[in-house]
Each structure stands twice: as C-alpha cells, then as structure tokens.
Design a protein around this ligand. Sequence first.
Ligand SMILES: Cc1ncc(COP(=O)(O)O)c(C=O)c1O
Length: 371
Amino acid sequence: MDKPHRQFHILVEGQTEETVVRDVVEPYLRARGFWVTQSILITRRPAGGSWNRGGVTSWAKVLGDIRKLLRNSNLDLLTTMIDYYGFPADAPGMTDRPAAGPLERVRHVEAAIEAAVGPRTRAIVPVHLYGQPVDVDGVMAVAARHNLLVVEDAAQAHAARYGNRRAGSFGNAAAFSFYPSKNLGAYGDAGIIVTNDDAAASRLRLLRNYGQRVKYYHDVLGTNSRLDTVQAAVLRVKLPHLDRWSAARREAAKFYTNEFRRLGLEKMIGLPIEPYADRKMHNHHIYHQYIVRTSKRDHLRQYLTEHEIETAIYYPLALPEQPCFEYLGHKTGDFPEAERAARETLALPIYPEISREAQQYVINCVAQFFG
Ligand SMILES: Cc1ncc(COP(=O)(O)O)c(C=O)c1O
C-alpha cells in the first residue's frame, strides 16, 4: 500500500449523509492528491452540545471548497485536522498543521485504528487507560466497518462513563480487574468478564472451571479462574461506594488540574484532558491514575522521590518494546506515540481520600522543579 501522507478528518454536523461525503468530498480530495482513509469521518453533533471548533489553516482554499461542497448538501464543516503519516517533520506544509485540540486528538485515534486494520484483524481491544474511556464511537465505527469484534479492557475504568453508558458495556465483551490497587479492588487477585453474548458467556464459564460443565466431566481443556468467594464478599461490600470514590477522584483531579493551570505549569507538563467534558455527557474519566507528561519525566520523578512523593510510570515500555514481543520484529519508531508516552508519562498520587494539603505539597514540588 502506498504510504498515506495527507489525511483529512472532517466532522460534519446535523443529519449527515455519508454518501455525500464519500461521493462528493472524497473524490474532490483524491483528485488533489490527498490520501483519504477508509472514508472521511463523519460525526453527528451531540444532542444539546457543540463541537470544539478547530482552527482553520492555510489550506484555506481547500477547506473553503469543501465547505462549499458540504453546504450545497446542507452539511456544515465543523473542524478539520490534517495529518501526515510517514512524512519527515520538515515535509512541505508540515507547519500548516493546526494545533491538535482535545477533540482532534481523540478523533486521531479512530484514524489510527482504521489505518492499523489489516486482512488478518479479527478484533479490537481498546484499553480505557487510566480510567478514561476511549473514543467509543470511533472504535465501534471502525469495528462495524470491518466486521470486527470489540473486547474492552476496562481493568482501570470501573464505572467510568461514556455518554450515559459505562465503560465495559459497548463491545462484545469486557474485562475488569479487581487487583487490590484498582478503583474497585479486592484483597487479592480477582476480576470479571462481562458480555451480552450468550455463547461467549457459556464458553467462558466452561473455560474458567477446568472446562467442565458437570463436575469431573471435562469437555475442553480449561483453567481455574474462579472468583474466590472471600474476594467476592469484599467486592460486594465495596461496590456501593464506587461512584462516591470515583467522584472524589474526579474532585482531586480537578484540584490538580486547576492549580497546575493557575500556576502556569500547563506549559511545562501535559495535563490529562477530558475531551468531551464540556458536553457533560461524554468520557467521564474516573482517574484511576492522574497522568502528567513531560520530556523531563525522569528528572521530575527523581525530584519528587527526593521529596518523599511516590510516583509511578505506567508503563516504562510500549507493548511492542516488551521482550516477550521481540519475535514480532518491531523496531524503535514503529509506534512513535506509544514509545513517546512510555518516556513522558508520570502518575502523580491520587486516591479518593487524598487531602488537598497532600496535593498542594505535590503541586508545590512540581512547581519548584520547573521554577
Ligand atoms: C489496563 C489493564 N489491563 C489488564 C490488567 C490486568 O488485570 P489483572 O492483573 O487483574 O489480570 C491491568 C491491571 O493489572 C490493567 O491495568
């Protein structure tokens, strides 16, 4: 396949008609040498909300024409993003790239998944990392286009919401971890899989219990993955408190973010984003982790350790860099975003009971480090 180079994401509001974009806008872009992904992304404006309008670039002529094309079809161009895949940083036009706002960054995920789908792809495993639901609409749209299964990794996202639904309720199945450090943690190892697929549920029940439906009659080779009764009892007591704990984590996260912003530290460290927060309906982050990003990550971590603040790195290696995946033959640079995240991300202390004083101390130390 030719290397994709220029990619347009176009978000259109109102009663969208995919065919208009496919038949009118796509050919227009292709004729001008643009590589167009599977199809241009179309997103409905959320009920009662508005999209974050992205900046218009010096591609003004192209965009203007697209606007006209859309307007003729009673559609509005709300925001655009131009991406360059596999182009060097000094490629012509690179400077025209508009600064990616939160929504654009989220939308980028859909295009990235789309680009990764190949003939052998069977399923997407989106990870609601740190407690932030992924762009579920984007994932499900790609899955629908390619007839793929979706298995959500909701290990860090208990009760996080996307729209009016909870993480773990979108795909064919989802896995939750109740490892003790999780937002809903047992007193030892525990976890569950949820699914609304009866056949999958039956198969999973079989596999978790040595492959036996009837005691000592083994239909298939299984394993022992039963939830320990004591752990179940602990989880049952804790579950009713979960939403309150999530709310406390969100409050703590808000405090960090507001203070970092007030001190102008936003320029130094990347703060967690809640891309849809302004619409109050989407992406309800439950802050299993409060992650900041900086190229000085290791030095900052060292500084905080010296000041008795424990931090953590989730995760020091991108998945393809793990020794167990060496055999896949990936090389550094194949997954630039994941590799960069592995170098830049740092988890600051967060838990429902964290005091504002403790947070203030963390904030002061971060400010001192950059000051
Ligand atoms: C994102 C994510 N996926 C999967 C897991 C695995 O969960 P468990 O340790 O319960 O098997 C964890 C936690 O360890 C996790 O954070």
